[in-house]
Design a protein. Structure first.
Length: 95
């Protein structure tokens, strides 16, 4: 996942909560300019700030990063490959 993709995920999560940049900044304890930079991919938040943003938006870090746990084996995979991996796990179990 690229910095730009993380930024788009952060922006989508903020907008899903109907939060303005200013409100998000207050909730996460960051200047509004930092929120703008995170969302436009010119900066990554620190781990602590990332956590604060996830809490403010009511989403998991996994959701922002495009990760999902496999329902079959419990391992974490990218959302785009999780369904393929789950099918492989089911096929392995049937053998």
């Amino acid at each position: 996942m690229t910095v730009e993709e993380i930024g788009r995920s952060l922006e989508a999560a903020r907008k899903a909560e109907c939060m303005s940049v200013r409100t998000a900044a207050l909730a996460a304890g960051a200047p509004p300019s930092s929120i703008w930079h995170y969302e436009h991919g010119s900066r990554l938040p620190s781990l602590g700030r990332f956590r604060d943003l996830c809490l403010a938006y009511g989403v998991s870090a996994d959701a922002i990063l495009g990760l999902r746990d496999c329902l079959e084996c419990g391992r974490t995979h990218g959302v785009e490959t999780a369904a393929i991996h789950e099918a492989e796990c089911r096929a392995r179990e049937q053998r």
